[in-house]
Design a protein around this ligand. Structure first.
Ligand code: GAL
Length: 804
């Protein structure tokens, strides 16, 4: 008999928001229980401006089921992948167990209490109150903590001895031929019969390694030990660009009968933090990452696996970073699996925010450390364990223990622990520090020696920017540009310091937060993307550091009315091209190059463009180069200071032009309007061409808006009902006729659906800063579905989906 796979138990749970507190009777309060599916949020929330206590309560889930007679003599295990934040499980009125901590999985045995062949009642009591004495609670927290059973729940039916865990360490050995290595997999097998140790008499463990790329089996091993070693040849390394994965199949046999099997996805790689930086497979790479919360508008944490993986795609393919920090807790395996698959390095950490609680609280934190390492240590993408409460004070006794746990359960990975204190006690292998020194005009980051307490160990910046410069998509252009430049300045600083392993910007996207933080509307506008994962300008600073495809974004819509006194000042191109050529009404103005003066270390500095007159003054007006330059200088000064506050040196320059070149005041005014102000009836069209190796690789046009075009970007057009419902994002951006975002479009849109899907969130939304989004989810049925989007002043659109 083939051992059964997971039996997903996500459907058909009765839910109540009113748990009968204080009563012995384990019943759902009232009759109002409705049927829900996991992932489930205990409260559906507005986009912003809401009371954070809305999800902070005890709720209950009930499932009635008939226990299969075939379960006789078997072990019935239930895993709740995540319940925020304390869960108690009752089977047929008996309390079976309790799990504290909303970010790690809980597996318990139902075997004892089951009534085989009869109806059973399972109740989950989920305590989502923020007053709980467990991490991350105890003080203020800059993120919402939400509630509910928000990841999968599944059953596994096992024989009386089963494989409870395979801890696999895959190491590349010597190179055999170009790109191919000999590899070693050492595994520790834990059997689920309560005993850890040798495999009992009559049982064997076998392992098989399969190449994830071509399905080839490279080795086989049989043994009676629970420590196994398997050698393979022709192994390809797991790397950021080529994340090669292998499947390790571990089987448990009793004589020749297959009792259990488990598949572990592994990658062969070395990852080392050294005093001078981070090395992957012996090659030094700069970590360029972002922090990610696992939250979404409306449903908080409760989004199915596909949505978790979508964030990895966005980080990797749109933001083009090579690393992510799962601030401030372990995130879904679906997220980590996608990091393994796509090649995104991960720094993951225990739950918490600034506060360390009492002994009971610390005990939970220690268990959470254990659970994090045990549950996540096979992911090749994880390169560092965070074993401190984010930004807490030193506590050597406590952190001595968290470090010891991580090192004991996973000797292959280093520890870090995020602090905001310089030179604090370093019990970890890597000093990980939130460097918020940059205020706009000063250095981007502090040098390592000023921060760490032991320069012989590695140093990594775990956060920067964030609250130093909150930026809304609807902030004015200068603000949005400065936000982008601040990310560039900090990155430039850590690229410039050889001994800084890299950094993680705060943060990937805006997030709902508590009243003590954010802008008063329950949102922290710290993202390089908005809550729906639409890019702000700063997103392009990250994207433009990569090489794979040409990137070009222009910081300005080129509207002088957006700026005080009409002075746009410098405009930036965020690009990985060699240069940007500017054309005004099809006439060449000037070619600009990466700003290596301000950003000497970035792979691709932004290109600063501050002269939109360029050679036009010579070519169009016939002035000599010298006079053209002098006139431009005066005109730029007029734009900057205003005609009446012109500094004396410019007044003198102007006087010289009038006396020696015969220019009149009227001439000056005309040139100003024509070349700087762009007023009048001629339409000004700017074309920006990104040039690489002499070729134009991308271009953008900025001109007055003549048409509004709503762009809807679905995460996928194909949905399927799998282990549970599937959700899909639809990101929305209002653009002009040239595809440029219209950042001040905030009008309402009406959403409706047809077919086997439902909207998650409201059906009337408004774009914010020209951007927004929605989510659809499947209903369990299959067929064709459509999302309709209507607005007052735009052409309606409809997006088809296929649900399988
Ligand atoms: C840090 C903290 C983050 C976030 C950030 C905002 O201090 O670790 O969670 O609050 O500030 O910049």
């Amino acid at each position: 008999m083939k051992p059964e796979k997971r039996l997903y138990w996500n459907q058909d749970w009765e839910f109540t928001k009113r748990w009968n507190q204080g009563t012995e009777k384990l019943e759902l309060a009232g009759e109002e229980g409705c049927l829900v599916e996991f992932p489930h949020s205990n409260a559906e929330l507005p986009y912003h401006y809401f009371d954070e206590s809305e999800y902070s309560f005890i709720s209950g889930y009930r499932k009635k089921f008939t226990a299969d007679l075939a379960w006789e003599g078997k072990e019935v295990l239930m895993t709740i992948e995540a319940a925020a934040h304390v869960i108690e499980v009752f089977l047929n009125g008996e309390k079976l167990g309790r799990h504290e901590g909303g970010y790690t999985a809980y597996t318990l045995s139902l075997t004892e209490g089951l009534r085989l062949g009869q109806e059973n009642e399972l109740i989950l009591q989920v305590d989502s109150r923020e007053e709980l004495n467990i991490p991350p609670f105890g003080n203020v927290i800059d993120y919402m903590t939400y509630g509910g059973v928000y990841r999968n729940v599944y059953l596994e039916i096992k024989e009386k001895i089963w494989i409870a865990d395979v801890y696999a360490r895959a190491t590349p050995m010597e190179q055999e031929t170009e790109g191919l290595y000999r590899g070693r997999v050492e595994s520790t097998i834990t059997l689920g019969n309560g005993e850890i140790g040798d495999i009992p008499e009559g049982y064997t463990i076998r392992q098989k390694l399969t190449d994830g790329l071509n399905g080839e089996t490279t080795q086989k091993v049989a043994a009676r030990e629970n420590e196994l070693e398997l050698m393979a040849s022709g192994i390809r390394l797991w790397a950021v660009e080529t994340p090669c994965l292998y499947r390790l199949r571990t089987t448990l046999y009793c004589s020749d009968i297959l009792m259990d099997e488990r598949e572990t996805v592994i990658g062969f790689r070395t990852a080392e933090f050294k005093a001078d930086g981070f090395y992957l497979n012996g090659i030094k790479i700069k970590i360029r990452g972002l922090n990610r919360h696992q939250s979404y508008p409306y449903v908080g944490y409760a989004m199915p696996e596909g949505m978790q993986a979508e964030d990895v795609l966005i980080l990797k393919r749109e933001l083009k970073v090579n690393a992510v920090r799962t601030s401030h807790y372990p995130q879904s395996h679906a997220f980590l699996d996608a990091c393994d698959r796509l090649g995104l390095l991960v720094f993951t950490e225990i739950p918490g925010w600034q506060h360390i609680g009492d002994e009971a609280w610390k005990e939970v934190a220690l268990r959470q450390t254990e659970e994090m390492v045990l549950q996540y240590r096979n992911h090749p993408s994880i390169i560092l364990w965070g074993v401190r409460i984010n930004e807490s004070q030193d506590d050597d006794e406590f952190y001595g223990r968290t470090n010891a746990i991580a090192h004991r359960l996973d000797p292959t990975r280093p520890t870090g622990g995020v602090r905001f204190i310089k030179k604090s006690n370093l019990l970890e292998d890597v000093y990980t520090y939130n460097d918020f020194v940059h205020t706009g005009k000063n250095q981007g980051a502090d040098p390592k020696k000023e921060v760490t307490s032991d320069v012989s160990k590695a140093y990594l910046i775990s956060e920067y920017n964030g609250h130093m410069f909150p930026t809304k998509p609807f902030d004015d252009e200068a603000h949005r540009t400065e936000h982008a430049l601040r990310h560039a300045r900090v990155m430039d600083a850590y690229y410039g310091e050889e001994d800084i392993a890299g950094g993680f910007g705060w943060c990937m996207f805006d997030y709902n937060t508590h009243k003590d933080f954010g802008s008063g509307d329950a949102i922290c506008y710290h993202g390089v993307m908005d809550m729906f994962r639409n890019p702000k300008q700063a997103a392009f600073i990250y994207a433009s550091q990569a090489e794979e495809e040409p990137i070009l974004e222009i910081s300005s819509a080129m509207n002088i009315g957006e700026y005080p006194g009409g002075a746009i000042g410098a405009v930036y191109a965020y690009t990985n091209a060699d240069a940007v050529r500017v054309y005004k009404n099809d006439k060449f103005v000037k070619e600009f190059y990466p700003d290596r003066k301000e950003f000497p270390h970035l792979p691709h500095p932004p290109i600063r463009m501050d002269d939109f007159v360029g050679e036009l003054m010579e070519k169009e007006e016939g002035y000599s180069k010298k006079n053209a330059e002098a006139i431009k200088e005066v005109l730029f000064a007029v734009a900057k200071y205003g005609q009446n506050s012109l500094p004396l040196s410019y007044k003198l320059k102007m006087l010289k032009l009038m006396i020696f070149q015969g220019m009149t005041f009227e001439d000056g005014m005309r040139l100003f309007y024509q070349y700087i102000g762009n007023w009048g009836d001629t339409v000004t069209t700017y074309r920006f061409e990104a040039v690489k190796d002499g070729q134009t690789v991308k271009s953008m046009i900025k001109e007055p808006v003549t048409k509004k075009v709503l762009q809807a970007i679905p995460g996928s057009r194909y949905l399927h009902n799998g282990n549970t419902y599937e959700a899909v994002s639809v990101r929305l951006r209002m653009t002009d006729q040239n595809g440029n975002l219209l950042p001040y479009y905030q009008e309402p849109l009406k959403l409706s659906v047809q077919g086997p899907v439902r909207l998650i969130g409201p059906d009337i939304i408004s774009l914010k800063g020209g951007m927004g989004g929605t989510y659809l989810r499947t209903t369990g049925e299959s067929g064709e579905a459509v999302l309709f989007i209507e607005g007052n002043d735009i052409e309606s659109i409809k997006i088809p989906f296929t649900v399988e």
